[in-house]
Ligand binder design. Structure first.
Ligand code: SAM
Length: 282
């Protein structure tokens, strides 16, 4: 008998991966965690039946979440990651010797434990001494922070269930307050392609624009996410991700990447017209 993982991307579109084995399943206080093994994508993690990452394409998402802001401001020293319990974002951040502190705020400790066991290549850097983990709701954590972080990365689930609060005005306003003067906020911004995802993306963008003077959006191709076309938000108090990119300085760091490079950095901010229309950026 064949076993397939299937995710509904719209009521009319389904995405399936042939599964070799189910490795882990658990309903936690917050969500359903599943880990599968597949020939095409290696191991993959789903939460509440939605794809979070696969071993084969996670590098794209995590490199783009981290290296775009890091190359835009080489002075980043203190970073907050909200969500990100799989460890991919933390792994990429630990590649920068100049980063002094990485705070990770993850609502569900079980995600971290399960990823450490089943996805060690993704979750292998939680032991770095610069990483401090807090198991609580990011919406609550951020309320009391002020002028503390150079970079906040919101590596959350979609805007429903536990992740819902991380797409609210209250949250973005508190991120603004928690950032230093040249701080940057990066968030996973959903997809522009299918209607429901595009609405979520537009809603998030409209809310972020209310607080941040610089508000840009960039893109990457992530094969296992709905439509494969994924966006990220880049908001800051004054850093412009294209004008302030110091390509020579980043390249001198010698960080080997498989997706990100400084030419792609600039190109990723060149959005298709239909996306500019949705975001009212034309
Ligand atoms: N790359 C992923 C994606 O969008 O498909 C996100 C991956 S990461 C596993 C998302 C994490 O955000 C989950 O582990 C989840 O528990 C966490 N999370 C969701 N809501 C949260 C909240 N309010 N505060 C902190 N962490 C949260």
């Amino acid at each position: 008998m064949e076993l397939w993982y299937t995710e509904e991307h719209t009521p009319n579109v389904r995405f399936s991966i042939k599964v070799d084995k189910m490795l882990f399943t658990e309903q936690t206080e917050f969500q359903q965690i599943d880990v599968f093994e597949s020939e095409e994508f290696g191991r993959f993690l789903t939460l509440d039946g939605l794809m979070m990452l696969t071993e084969k394409d996670e590098f794209i998402y995590h490199e783009m979440m981290v290296h775009v802001p890091m190359a835009s401001n080489p002075k980043i020293r203190k970073v907050l990651v909200i969500g990100g319990g799989d460890g991919g974002t933390v792994r990429e951040l630990t590649r920068y010797d100049d980063i002094e502190c990485i705070d990770l705020v993850e609502i569900d400790e079980r995600v971290v434990t399960v990823c450490r066991e089943y996805l060690p290549q993704v979750a292998g850097k939680f032991g770095d001494p610069r990483v401090h983990m807090y198991f609580e709701d990011g919406l609550r954590y951020i309320r009391t922070r002020e002028n503390e972080y150079d970079l906040i990365i919101v590596d959350s689930t979609d805007p429903f269930g536990p992740g819902e609060g991380l797409f609210t005005k209250e949250f973005y306003g508190n991120c603004y307050k928690a950032l230093k003067e040249d701080g940057i906020l990066v968030n996973q911004h959903e997809s522009p392609y299918y209607e429901k995802d595009a609405e979520a993306m537009k809603r998030a963008h409209t809310r972020i624009v209310e607080f941040f003077p610089v508000c840009e959006v960039y893109q990457a191709h992530i094969p296992t996410y709905p439509s494969g076309h994924w966006l990220f938000g880049f908001a800051s108090k004054k850093i412009d991700p294209v004008k302030d990119l110091d390509a020579a300085a980043w390249n001198a760091l010698g960080i080997a990447t498989r997706y990100y490079n400084t030419r792609l950095h600039t190109g990723a901010f060149a959005l298709p017209n239909y996306v500019l229309d949705i975001l009212e950026m034309k």
